[in-house]
Ligand binder design. Sequence first.
Ligand code: ADP
Length: 655
Amino acid sequence: MTETATDNSYQFQAEVARLLDLMVHSVYSEREVFLRELISNSADALDKLRYEALTNENLISDDEELAITLIADKKAKTLTLADNGIGMSRDELVNNLGTIARSGTKAFIDEIKADKDRQQSGPDLIGQFGVGFYSAFMVADRVDVISRRAGSNKTFKWSSDGKGAFEISPVDGDQPAGTRIILHVKDDAGKFLEENELRRIVHTYSDHISFPIYFESADKVESDDEENESAEETKKQINAANALWTRPKDEISAEQYKEFYHHTASAFDEPALTLHYTAEGRQLYTALLFVPSIPPFDLYDQQRDSHVKLYVKRIFITDDAKILPSYLRFVKGIVDSEDIPLNLSREMLQNNPLLAAIRKAVTNKLLSELKTCAKKDAENYLKIWENFGPVMKEGLYEDPERRDTLYELARFKTTRTELTSKVETGDDNPPAKWRALADYVADMPEKQEAIYYLAGDNMEQLKASPQLEGYLARDIEVLLLADPVDSFWVTTAVGYQGKPLKSITQGEADLDNLPLKDEGEKDKEAEAEDSISDTLIEKLKQALKDEVMDVKKSSRLVSSPACLVASTQAPDRQLEKMLAMQKGGPQMPGLKPILEINAGHALARALNKAITENKDERFEDLAFLLLDEARILEGNAPEDPAKFTERLNRLLLEE
Ligand code: ADP
């Protein structure tokens, strides 16, 4: 946002202005979600104060209760939300309530930006994403925020009608610490001043908040009877105010779990998995964890830490305790420890052995819960895997200790799931969508000794890879790995159930021992063998010596003329490509590939013919085209497109 003529007036950041415009003109029927958002902010502010007060006792006086109060004033048509939490300084008011900090709000903006038509359906998305503080403008035509940062003696007021600008002004006099948000309620939003309505909304969305929420009516009863007036109970608690995770599981409804998940994770989907338990062994703690059903848009962000919040005896400590390893960063929720000392600084906490033990226990418990889910609720598990599998696979190289468990949890696309048609399996038995390594190994033909994989940029390209042909012809399943992370974990993969993992684009194909599906193919192969003479191989090596390390006859190919593979010593072709991309430079010298040619292909015969007829130029053209075709099939461009076209044209125009 930019400062305008006067020092105290600011323009909203453009995106906020657009968002506010949507709020101000909102016809969204569930406007009540504004209360959930504001209460959630107040609860966070109270959590923050309680944490700071652990090391700075002056911040809270002994007799002060941390609470949220809703004050309805029908005469003034205002609803005030007051909290005695951390509060905001002048700068914080400007920054927090003038820009978009909240990830959910950013996602909301992106969503409506992505699709012009969405401008219309924007309001429907409000409830889905929750847009934090700004949702106040759905029910108010002016919002004042009066706030004093805990520990400071200066109070400031932020005020705006949501139409492009806001003002900041100092407030004199002794003011309570914390934040008061005064909503000047729109004419059509009067119901939000009714006690019953507010009770209902708090019960629906905010019952899990662990701080008391009070309702207070500012409307004095018009009466001369002083006593009667004071007898009127004006302050009533309207929530249960015990932390949800401390309640017995059977007393918590699915809806309450969901609301808690939304609050704690700033999420707006249904949790795909909820795990709530209390450990009573060597560590005493309670965990309440959620696996989302929609991947957060920042799943692959640089900041890869898990955000499971750490509480100690119901007091929020940090959301940076790294309770789960980063490959489980999609899991949200809280862990509340009974025995970690409360007065540890965040730095000391990181090395605390009790926390280390909790980390280990929670990670193991979560993985075992996922395993159970995979067994008992396979369909749900596959959805979880579809969303988060690429992240969980990071664990295959980051967490060797749990690698075996992760192998069991991993699901793969393979030649069976991708290249098997319904016709082959029959209508009643459609091909599986995902395969576990256990399925793969169980279905291996007797003589197969390795788990084969093919790694690449995208599934379509993998499916069209010539290197697969020999494996398909022998009915050998190949894992198709199209996630960027795949090229990394496979390099450290030690194998599963004693079977090593082997790239089909690296080293020897070792297919000779394995029988072909169709025996007829065998004769064709034997016949083809003869079409490749040692002279042909030698001549090809000579012609392509600058491009490839070696030329060999291939057992991998059935219908394609040639393919490139890496030597046993060199990294897998895909990994090589990714390493080169990371370095931003050309491939390292010495990593030239091996060209394998299909003896049965007409091009091999044409090459032989060129040799016998002594047509050197034609031989060279064919040799380079063979190489470039292999490159193209890998999804790359010919190294020298001009030469490629020249050669192709020469051959096409030949008499
Ligand atoms: P979010 O809560 O997701 O960060 P909001 O737009 O709702 O997004 O709020 C922006 C920021 O304003 C919060 O992160 C917080 O720093 C600050 N804030 C909002 N309400 C309060 C409050 N009641 N007390 C203290 N700070 C608050």
